[in-house]
Design a protein around this ligand. Structure first.
Ligand code: PMP
Length: 361
């Protein structure tokens, strides 16, 4: 069709060429055990649901465009002032806003590698150069490499702590050292921090070059609701809010977010369960010959026994209706990443893994 050809040829070069399909497939049906995208396996606590339902009565009105009530709730929860908080449709929206705010074509962004792969797509969308800086030994922070060479003029540095897909956790003292030595923006993505021993909130008042990202998708069991936060200096937060899409959050996300932040104590057992199961799964995988990276998140990264391939394991488990993640990166060739689910889900995963292991001997 000639009109269609005309329309498509008017696309920007990036939109014309970008060939990265949206990530995060749903399971084919509910009989699958879905352990591939780091969701929390439990429903929202009843007390959170009750608090949120009233929002549906206001569905005919536009949501608060400045997300003020939600931002106030987050500010109370995190012990900072409201103008230090931006709320978004998941922390993914806020990551995207950072690219939009800072990058023009050709600019550089530095990221710890291996890291959250969504950044590769964001970098392509903005025709930016993503510098993937490898972690130092034992997953420690490569401070010199993040400050020197081509990373020296990166517009910002992205660190996820705990990291995805490794689950590794860097001591906050190392992050503070980087913040002190750098005058770039350091983005500390704390999506999984509620499963870790420490967090970076106390650094906010000391370093104006720190932006922390939080999400309710993982530890607060609300991946489908889409709520995330950026915490940082009001001058930067204001700039980011200025370029945010209008009404990017809806009344349901706002209300569930407020309710979650007011009932954080209702998640204690949830977090304990995830930590306990994480330890059990790691121990059992080690028994089967996998090498498991010590994890502080709600997933574990497991290197398959020598000579075995992560994608092969992913396919073998999928035949048993167990979904796990594998990675295109060379350094992660032998790996699968398994999200921590309910006890029954993890029993099913371990039973299938044992059966497959026995067949490969
Ligand atoms: N950061 C990291 C490190 C993640 O792993 C994820 C989810 N996979 C996100 C951010 C995005 O989470 P959301 O958009 O659901 O808040």
């Amino acid at each position: 069709d000639e009109k269609l050809q005309n329309v498509l040829s008017s696309l920007s070069p990036v939109a014309r060429q970008l060939d990265v399909p949206p990530s995060g497939r749903p399971a084919p049906d509910s009989s699958y055990v879905k352990l591939d995208t780091n969701e929390n396996p439990f429903p929202l606590p009843p007390i959170v649901m009750q608090g949120a339902c009233a929002a549906l009565e206001r569905q005919y009105l536009y949501p608060e465009n400045d997300n003020i009530s939600l931002r106030e709730a987050a500010a109370r929860a995190y012990g900072i002032a409201t103008d230090h908080v931006i709320a978004g449709n998941g922390s993914s929206e806020l990551l995207g806003l950072l690219y939009r705010a800072f990058l023009t074509p050709g600019d550089r962004v530095a990221m710890l590698s291996p890291g959250f792969s969504f950044n590769r797509k964001l970098a392509m969308l903005h025709a930016a150069q993503l510098l993937e800086i490898e972690s130092a030994e034992h997953h420690s922070l490569p401070i010199e490499e993040l400050l020197s060479g081509s990373a020296a003029d990166a517009k910002f540095v992205l660190l996820a702590n705990p990291n995805n897909p490794t689950g590794a956790f860097v001591p906050l003292a190392d992050i503070e050292r980087l913040l002190a030595r750098s005058d770039r923006l350091i983005v500390l993505d704390e999506a999984y921090v509620d499963f870790a021993p420490d967090n970076g909130l106390r650094l906010l008042s000391r370093y104006a070059n720190l932006l922390i990202l939080r999400t309710l998708s993982k530890s607060y069991a609300a991946a489908g609701i889409r709520v995330g936060f950026g915490l940082g200096h009001p001058a930067l937060i204001g700039r980011l809010r200025n370029i945010q899409n209008v009404f990017s959050m809806n009344v349901i996300g706002q209300a569930v977010g407020i309710s979650i932040l007011s009932h954080r104590a209702a998640y204690k057992d949830n977090h304990r369960h995830i930590r306990d199961e994480r330890q059990r799964v790691a121990a059992e995988l080690s028994q089967l010959g996998f090498c498991v990276t010590p994890s502080h998140a709600n997933f574990v990264l497991a290197h398959a026994p020598v000579g075995q391939d992560g994608r092969w394991w992913q396919a073998a488990l999928a035949k048993e209706k167990i979904l796990v993640a594998s990675f295109p990166d060379k350094s992660l060739e032998s790996c699968i990443r398994i999200s921590i689910g309910t006890k029954d889900q993890m029993d099913a995963f371990l039973a299938a893994t044992k059966a497959i292991s026995a067949r490969t001997r």
